[in-house]
Design a protein around this ligand. Structure first.
Ligand code: NAG
Ligand code: NAG
Ligand code: NAG
Ligand code: NAG
Ligand code: NAG
Length: 790
């Protein structure tokens, strides 16, 4: 990028911001918001300013701005400095001030002066874990990595973002009076649980965030309401109890189209927050479709906003340095659940520390499906969420000129000029790309497109601009109509499958002037719609980073989810939408079981998940071709919140076990303890088992804790992966008041010498009341030198 040319402009900007900061600093008694206004700039210019010093002093020395600004003595070439993240492990001092001072001591030694040190630091991580983000040269970064206390030094990376119906479908029936379902009632709708949402901010005016009827903010809350140009102190409330923002490392181009405040100009963060914890809103719909009561999974939970993704529309961007700062603050502030609908490549220590402080961390798994090995955010301590469809569809009747009626799906809500009753011409161009369509007269006509020949976005734009009537878009069935809400905006866009397209094609072949009419969509829900399939876009396992564990962990609704965007309600699809469903459910579980660890909560969710629908039919995974879903599509299965509230047994993990494992995953470091028995990761007591290289008989142990009826007996039911003999010992577990924890041994033996592919099985502990199931994946292997990348 043109660094030198932009730096002058940035300097001017930073002066303006300093003025603004000073103003805000005084008005609001020196809260921390001013720091962040600077940081977006600071990352681009490692310039000397109050801001750098402020990142040291911000919380404790509000007079910072009254002191003269010091000037760095060195002539730095900005382009040789890059943002690095230096990780130092646990916080080793009582006071955050002292943590920060220790960072500067370290840097001063390296850089030669305190000024240099202060000028280079962008964020200090000092609450949940110790470390900092700083502008350094590659040489300095290398030297830092040699310092004994330093665990890792990584370059900053850039990230992007990855419901009226979904909650009924999950069995959480939100009748506020009377018959609320088990988990909702038991948890009092998540009252006083705090969900931290790390995303694009929030739109506080949405009805979903009304704080009417809420009691006081929980007294343990230590968060802040960080102000900005379009975010006043009133924008925080008893519902949105905190709001902060983090922009360091994000490009100037992206920050320019956003505002330095917690306000959401993108829509993504608002959608996610309202899905996790939106208050009840009667009569939410998208132009009359999917009408119902909109609400989050934990409608009484409190929301804490950590805006770390910037930009509007499809352009959005965040940085590792900023997301880590958000997580560090969230740990300090007292959130119970962290919901991250973003694709991260952070080395997961931020999430690790959060989990070790008792915070459940929920990540979206990514939208790169249906290809294998695309799942992201897969550290063992986090919950990684896949997206499924819900039992709702929007059938749309198309009548052809020969009176034949065919049905597609759309979000078409209004026949233009009430022409739903009249026929209009059909055109079938050679292609539906911008280039192929160039010059085609589409006025008043319906365009027929095949997915191979174009994209919906290009075709719909052409139809809208050219005064067309609509599009019939043929593709293999994905049922993902979310994108149509954006792309079609009032024109009739209908998704049909290839069989249906064939019928249209036959009609057009034999007709000289083919015509059709399109009626507005209806909303169809419930029994007649096949239940949750794993959505085609949902990223699939196994994990590239952690092949010794099964990822994703769970599937939750993520296709065509209606939730708040700005003042309205909008359909969006993505694992970004699935993650907050899980975050909401985690909040309910936390409220009902405050003593459960993040591992226990994850276990409860995974072991009770559904692998068949209500009729006993296997859950499918969309893709080419569609198939029966396996654990790399949905982990434990489709989430079953009421089951998770009372799982019987849990696979718990002592948070220290993660340390041993984590130490072994950090490459190039000596001073981190790596206990070889912690590897491979399948030795962690996770509610799943994956053995990616099964060459010889392999033994894995698991431990279960009874959280159900005290005196219980469970029998094992083993379903071996094909080609593998799986033996479990003992086969019966007897729990009583003195013995509420039992370990069992799982021995996996390959039946042949085979360079195989993954096969799947399960281990289920069962009694009359409970079914506690974990998925198993194994791959027989002979040689190292190739993997089957199916
Ligand atoms: C390892 O780190 C600890 C602090 O965590 C320090 O006391 C010790 O000196 C370090 N050891 C080496 C060999 O660097
Ligand atoms: C949020 O703050 C802005 C600016 O201070 C104000 O105009 C708006 O009404 C506030 N919204 C709410 C929901 O309080
Ligand atoms: C409705 O029809 C009138 C006249 O035919 C036209 O001017 C107008 O743009 C149409 N409206 C829409 C929404 O298509
Ligand atoms: C469409 O065609 C016109 C004239 O043939 C040409 O000038 C224009 O660049 C074309 N546009 C696109 C997008 O291909
Ligand atoms: C629980 O079971 C163990 C092993 O069967 C037995 O030794 C113990 O006495 C039992 N405790 C109670 C309270 O029944």
């Amino acid at each position: 990028m043109g660094f030198s040319s932009s730096s002058r402009r940035l300097c001017v900007a930073s002066v303006l911001l300093v003025c603004l900061c000073m103003l805000l600093c005084r008005v609001h008694g020196g809260s921390s918001h001013e720091k962040h206004l600077e940081e977006g700039i600071n990352t681009l210019i490692p310039a000397p300013s109050c801001s750098a010093r402020d990142s040291l002093d911000k919380d404790f020395h509000p007079n910072c701005w009254d002191q003269p600004t010091k000037t760095s003595t060195t002539k730095r070439q900005p382009s040789s400095y890059k943002l690095y993240i230096v990780y130092l492990g646990e916080v080793k001092h009582d006071h955050p001030d002292h943590v920060v001072a220790s960072h500067h001591d370290m840097l001063t030694t390296l850089l030669g002066s305190k000024e240099e040190s202060m000028a280079s630091v962008v964020y200090n991580y000092k609450h949940g874990f110790s470390g900092f983000a700083a502008m350094l040269t590659p040489e300095q970064a290398k030297q830092l990595a040699e310092v004994p206390e330093v665990i890792s030094v990584e370059k900053n990376k850039i990230h992007t973002t990855a419901t009226t119906r979904s909650w009924d479908f999950l069995g959480l029936n939100y009748q506020m009076t009377g018959t609320g379902s088990g988990l909702l009632k038991g948890s009092n709708y998540g009252e006083d649980v705090i969900i931290g949402v790390v995303d694009t901010g929030i739109w506080p005016e949405s009805r979903s965030f009304s704080d009417e009827g809420y009691g006081p903010i929980p007294s343990r809350w230590k968060g802040k309401c960080q102000l900005g140009p379009d975010w006043g102190i009133n924008n925080c409330s008893r519902k949105i109890i905190g709001a902060r923002f983090y922009s360091a490392g994000v490009s100037d181009e992206v920050l320019k189209i956003d505002t330095l405040s917690p306000r959401d100009h993108n829509g993504h963060g608002t959608h996610c927050a309202s899905t996790a914890a939106g208050s009840m809103v009667e009569g939410a719909s998208f132009n009359g479709l999917a009408q119902g009561v909109a609400r989050g999974g934990a409608p009484h939970a409190r929301i804490a906003v950590y805006k770390s993704l910037w930009g509007t529309g499809r352009t959005n961007e965040g940085s590792t340095a900023a997301i880590l700062a958000a997580i560090d603050d969230a740990i300090h502030d007292g959130v119970d659940v962290l919901s991250l609908s973003l694709t991260s490549e952070e080395n997961s220590f931020g999430a690790l520390h959060a989990v070790q402080k008792g915070i459940t961390v929920v990540y979206a798994g990514g939208n790169e499906g249906p290809r294998s090995r695309t799942i992201r955010n897969t550290s063992p301590w986090a919950i990684t969420v896949a997206a499924s469809t819900v039992d709702r569809s929007f059938p749309t009747v198309i009548t052809l000129g020969n009176k034949q009626q065919i049905v597609g799906q759309s979000l078409y809500y209004q026949a233009k000029n009430s022409s739903g009753s009249s026929f209009t011409g059909l055109v079938f161009p050679d292609g539906c790309t911008k280039v192929a369509l160039n010059g085609t007269d589409i006025r008043g006509l319906i365009l027929v497109c095949l997915i191979q020949l174009g994209t919906l976005a290009q075709a719909s734009r052409y139809v809208r601009d050219g005064g067309g009537y609509g599009i019939i878009f043929a593709q293999y069935t994905t049922n993902d109509i979310g994108p149509m809400a954006d792309a079609c905006q009032g024109i009739a866009c209908v998704l049909v499958d290839l069989d249906t397209a064939e019928k249209i094609g036959k009609y057009m072949d034999v007709t000289s002037s083919p015509v059709a009419k399109i009626e507005p969509a209806h909303t169809l829900t419930g029994k007649e719609i096949p239940g949750a399939k794993v959505a085609s876009f949902s990223s699939r396992g196994p994990s590239l980073d952690y092949p010794d564990i099964i990822k994703p962990d769970i599937a939750a609704p993520g296709a065509n989810i209606l939730a708040a965007v700005g003042d309205f309600y909008k359909f969006i699809s993505g694992t970004s939408m699935a993650a907050p469903h899980v975050s909401g459910i985690v909040a309910l579980l936390k409220a009902e079981h405050p003593d459960w660890s993040p591992a226990a909560i994850k276990s409860a969710i995974m072991t009770t998940a559904r692998v068949t629908d209500k009729r006993g039919m296997p859950i499918l995974a969309e893709g080419l071709p569609r198939k029966t879903a396996d654990p790399f599509d949905y982990g434990g299965g489709n989430i079953n919140p009421n089951g998770a509230a009372d799982p019987g047994l849990v696979y718990d993990i002592d948070p220290r076990d993660y340390n041993r494992f984590f130490g072994c995953t950090i490459v190039r470091r000596t001073n981190v303890s790596c206990d070889a028995t912690a590897l491979p990761a399948y030795h962690l007591n996770l509610p799943s088992i994956a053995v990616p290289e099964l060459r010889r008989p392999t033994t894995v142990w698991r431990t279960v804790t009874n959280v159900g009826v005290v005196n219980s007996v469970y029998h094992v039911e083993v379903q071996s992966p094909a080609g593998v003999m799986m033996e479990v010992e003992p086969t019966v577990l007897v729990f009583n008041s003195t013995n509420n924890v039992h370990s069992f041994k799982v021995k996996l033996s390959p039946m042949w010498r085979l360079q195989g592919d993954y096969t799947f099985g399960s281990i289920t502990w069962r009694n009359d009341q409970k079914t506690v199931r974990i998925p198993v994946a194994a791959r027989m292997t002979i040689q190292d030198f190739y993997a089957d990348f199916a």
